[in-house]
Every structure is written in structure tokens, then in C-alpha cells.
Design a protein. Sequence first.
Length: 92
Amino acid sequence: MTQLFEHNTTTQQTQELTAVKIREWLVSYVADLLEIEAEEVDVETNFSRYGLDSSAAVILTGDLGDWLGKELEPTALYDYPTIADLAAHLAQ
């Protein structure tokens, strides 16, 4: 395997793992917020369908930003309206 291929594969695996971890964090967060089981949270469902309003978006992005160690705009939930979309974006 070439060194370039190894680097690309490792980078891709790291990004995928990060997206998975972010997705898991978001699923857990939404489940806790809604007081439901994590298995009931669909990562392809829009945040708005879960009843998350603008104040919840501010709190969620603040908590997620703290967990990630970077500042996130509250509009991120509107720009990336599902858990899957947001996690993929943040993993880049």
C-alpha cells in the first residue's frame, strides 16, 4: 500500500469515527432532552420535528461546542437540519 493511500484511508477512518461519535453524542443529547430512549431518535429526522426551537438550538449548540472544544453558531441546526447532516458537517 502506498504511503499516500494509507494516509487517505487513515484520514477517512478518523473522520468517520468522529462523525459517529458526534452522532452518538447528539442522539444521547436529544434522547435526554425529550426523555425518550436513544433508540427512538432517528438521525435522519429534522431537529424541528423533535420540537427543538431556537432557544433549544442555542443551548444544544453551546453544549455541543463545549464538548467539541470549539464555538458553534446556533444556526448550525438550521443549516444542517438532521443529526446525520450536522455530525457529517462537524466531522469535516
